[in-house]
Every structure is written in structure tokens, then in C-alpha cells.
Write a protein that binds this ligand. Structure first.
Ligand code: ADP
Ligand code: TYD
Length: 202
């Protein structure tokens, strides 16, 4: 089973990935947690460029870098793990490129889809949990965490994040694999809803 988690920065994806992985482990399941961009040496190196580059990156170059990282992760980690029967939990996946590079940066959606197809070879999650919070809540959580420095993506500004969030709503409405969750609910409540969905597959 392949499960992805999506949402704007600070929506609670990593928090839920952690508790879901622990729950699945406790039931004796093989679980692999990966994050995007990252989780392979190449993908982590690309992550460094994408988030920490001290220069601007052309939007299409940005899309291709996210997709290069994704391709390496899919081919060397995700596909082999799924073939071995492991449950893969992915903290962000191709929908992030649709939301951030498509809706956020304004790259035509059909081009983003083509790039994603090249990267994933058509591999889609069985379920995608979309955790929704407002831009204000995302900013509040970043402040609460005392983040001193915004990464390159986080520096894009509130209007960019507005487009990304609108994009996520549109993607969620048009894809049956999406489960939308209210990210302002307590962590445990969100976790229970995720468990209810995953149980249907176990
Ligand atoms: P993401 O991986 O989406 O960036 P995190 O899981 O790192 O988000 O969570 C961002 C911050 O919000 C953390 O400080 C976390 O403790 C907090 N958080 C996560 N889920 C909730 C929730 N449901 N309600 C309130 N705070 C939350
Ligand atoms: P990360 O710290 O992993 O995300 P979060 O703050 O949600 O925990 O940072 C990843 C950043 O990269 C985040 O701002 C979203 C962005 N991103 C894209 O723009 N496109 C993509 O395809 C992916 C996977 C991420």
C-alpha cells in the first residue's frame, strides 16, 4: 500500500506520518517512511539545492529538480519496497508539484502532469491524506516553532501560498484517492480518521 500526505507547510503531515508509522509497526507491518524532496542520497542533495540555494531558480528548472529527486526515489526506493509488500508512507509526493509549481508558480498544469508522469512512471498513491490549514495558521505554527530563517520555498510569500492552497482544494475535489482532513482538529482526532481509512486496506 502506498500512502501520501499533502498540505501546505506546517499542516501536520510529519506529525501524522510519525504516529501512523508507529501504529502500523505496532501491528507488525513492514513500514517505510520517506519524505519529498529527499530520502535517497541524490534526492537529499537536490533538496539542499531546492530549499537552500542562495540564488533564484527558474520555475521550470525548479519543477524538473523536484521531479529528478522524485524519479530517483520512486525507482530506487518506493517501487522495490512496494514490491516487497512494505507499506510506504510518503511525506509529500507528485501532488506537491501540481500544487506548488503548477498552481503556485503558474506552470501550465499539463506540463506539470507530464513531468510528474516522467518522474513516477504513473505510480500513484492508493490514498492521499490532504491536511488543510489556513495560511495564517501555517504562519502561526512557523512562528511558534521559532523558525529563524525561511527556506527558499517558504520565502515565496502569502499570495503564493494562497494559490498553492487553492490548488490543493482543486486537486482534492478532482481525485477520489484524496481524503481531506481539517488540520486544526486535535492531532489524535486527525489520526483516528486516517486510521479508519487505512483499516479498509489492511
Ligand atoms: P508539516 O510536516 O506539515 O510541515 P508538522 O507535522 O511538522 O507539519 O507540524 C507543524 C507544527 O504544527 C508542529 O509544531 C506540530 O507539533 C504542530 N501540529 C501538528 N499537528 C497539529 C494539530 N493537529 N494541531 C495543532 N498543532 C499541530
Ligand atoms: P518541507 O520542509 O519538507 O515541507 P514542510 O514544511 O511541509 O514540512 O519542505 C519542502 C518544501 O518544498 C515545501 O515548501 C514544499 C516544497 N515542494 C514543492 O514546491 N514541490 C514539490 O514537488 C515538493 C515535493 C515540495
Amino acid at each position: 500500500m502506498f500512502i501520501s500526505f499533502e498540505g501546505i507547510d506546517g499542516s501536520g503531515k510529519s506529525t501524522q506520518v510519525d504516529v501512523v508509522a508507529e501504529w502500523l509497526h505496532s501491528m507488525g507491518r513492514e513500514v517505510l517512511v520517506v519524505r519529498e524532496p529527499g530520502a535517497t542520497p541524490l534526492s537529499e542533495a537536490v533538496r539542499g539545492i531546492l530549499l537552500d540555494a542562495p540564488y533564484s531558480i527558474d520555475p521550470t528548472a525548479e519543477l524538473l529538480l523536484f521531479c529528478a529527486s522524485r524519479r530517483q526515489l520512486v525507482e530506487t526506493v518506493i517501487r522495490p519496497s512496494l514490491a516487497a509488500g512494505t507499506i510506504v508512507l510518503c511525506d509529500r509526493y507528485a501532488d506537491s508539484s501540481t500544487a506548488y509549481q503548477g498552481f503556485g508558480r503558474g506552470i501550465p498544469l499539463e506540463l506539470v502532469e507530464q513531468a510528474n508522469m516522467l518522474a513516477t512512471g504513473g505510480l500513484q498513491p492508493d490514498r492521499t491524506f490532504y491536511i488543510d490549514i489556513s495560511i495564517e495558521e501555517s504562519q502561526r505554527r512557523a512562528q511558534r516553532r521559532g523558525e529563524q530563517r525561511l527556506d527558499r520555498m517558504e520565502s515565496a510569500g502569502a499570495e503564493f501560498y494562497d494559490r498553492v492552497r487553492t490548488g490543493y482544494h482543486a486537486i482534492a475535489i478532482h481525485n477520489e484517492r484524496f481524503v481531506r482532513l481539517d488540520g486544526t482538529e486535535p492531532i489524535q482526532g486527525i489520526f483516528e480518521k486516517i486510521k479508519d481509512t487505512i483499516r479498509q486496506y489492511l
